[in-house]
Write a protein that binds this ligand. Structure first.
Ligand SMILES: [Zn+2]
Length: 160
């Protein structure tokens, strides 16, 4: 999936989750969460040296690619948990950023994995297990139906 699609999906995903959360619990700042997600929504592709982020962090990328391959560990629940622990650690030690931004960074990473599930390649969500998870239709018509259905659900739920 390309950067533009990841970007659009990430914004929608975060917007939807924050709206949903805020309708039940205390308010979290949507802008802070979206800013956080924009920092991290491409990070899982660090496992490919030719990706946008992999190209810029070539050495780290080549190491991860050679050990784990593309769309394996960084696109799994295991990778997501490692990322979260790393994020909390770095934030406590150096960043001290607002919790809403950290939530956004977590959601940005998560949105990337979910978006890649909608591609023909899918992701090994339960890595190290080899099961490939994907939700892919060759016919774009199904995506349009899916998006329209989701939008309808969102509008109904939040009464826009
Ligand atoms: Zn990816």
């Amino acid at each position: 999936m390309n950067i533009k699609n990841h970007f659009i999906f990430s914004i929608f995903f975060v917007f939807f989750l924050v709206k949903l959360y805020n309708s039940f619990f205390h308010k979290i700042d949507l802008l802070h969460v979206i800013c956080g997600s924009l920092i991290t929504f491409l990070i899982p592709d660090i496992d490919h040296p030719n990706s946008y982020i992999g190209y810029r962090l070539k050495y780290i990328s080549i190491i991860i690619y050679n050990i784990f391959g593309h769309r394996n560990i960084t696109h799994s629940i295991f990778g997501l948990i490692i990322f979260l622990l790393f994020l909390i650690y770095i934030n406590n030690l150096y960043l001290n950023w607002d919790i809403d931004v950290i939530i956004g960074m977590f959601l940005g990473y998560l949105s990337h994995i979910i978006a890649d599930i909608f591609t023909s390649h899918g992701v090994k969500l339960f890595w190290p297990f080899k099961i490939r998870i994907r939700f892919f239709f060759k016919n774009k018509f199904f995506y349009i139906i899916f998006i329209l259905f989701s939008l309808f659900f969102i509008f109904k739920l939040f009464k826009f």
